[in-house]
Design a protein around this ligand. Sequence first.
Ligand code: ADP
Ligand code: ADP
Length: 225
Amino acid sequence: LPALAFDRVTKRYGATIAVDSVSLEIARGSFVALVGTSGSGKSTLLKTLNRLVEPSEGHVTIDGTDVTAEPAPMLRRRIGYVFQNIGLFPHMTIAQNIAIGLKIAGRSDEAKVAELLDLVDLPRAIADRMPDALSGGQRQRVGIARALAPGAKLLLLDEAFGALDPVTRDALGTRIRALHDRLGLTTILVTHDMAEALLLADRVLVMKTGRIVADATPADLVAGK
Ligand code: ADP
Ligand code: ADP
């Protein structure tokens, strides 16, 4: 049973076909990059998983169950979703920001905050700091800690490193890949950066005008297969 399956998923916005009959299966534990130019439909396809987008046609299943089978808030607890410039609440400490993720899950164990900081390689000492005292890369890591707080095994990264400088971006990407391996996550990384995809993913899907036009390992893509 694949972790994720898209069955002839189409999404239209008026006359625009953002996603055009995509069928796709993604294995548990894989790190998949979804690459393509702006407007190719990457975000729209990704958001059908957490129901920020409802398909016009087709079905999306997670572990064999249709995503519409349970209320969206329950579904979203099981899915870590991180986008560009993820918002931290500026008037709350780092610990309080992460605790929001825990409260959503009905857990308010404070020790868990320290554990989550460890997870994303941030020093526990920053727990009492305010977001504006952190670098952009550190803030994105707090966002990832918050997204994974409820124990999500599925991680969706939508241009999550996009606002960072190249060095911070590479370092964060490598960390997230290590985290993926350590926690046995299933991860989808949406990016327009092919180099990032080749570096981090096991499988690269290329999207163009709403369709998947290539599906290969990084090694095969580099070899031009
Ligand atoms: P990508 O993530 O690859 O940049 P998107 O999925 O954001 O692409 O967008 C795919 C297409 O659908 C684009 O033409 C975009 O303008 C359009 N689109 C996306 N979201 C909406 C929306 N909420 N309303 C109307 N059109 C949208
Ligand atoms: P991205 O390519 O990273 O998705 P965009 O700037 O294309 O970023 O989209 C940002 C947000 O606006 C997304 O939530 C997308 O669904 C929405 N959006 C994109 N295109 C349109 C559009 N033509 N009309 C309305 N909303 C749109």
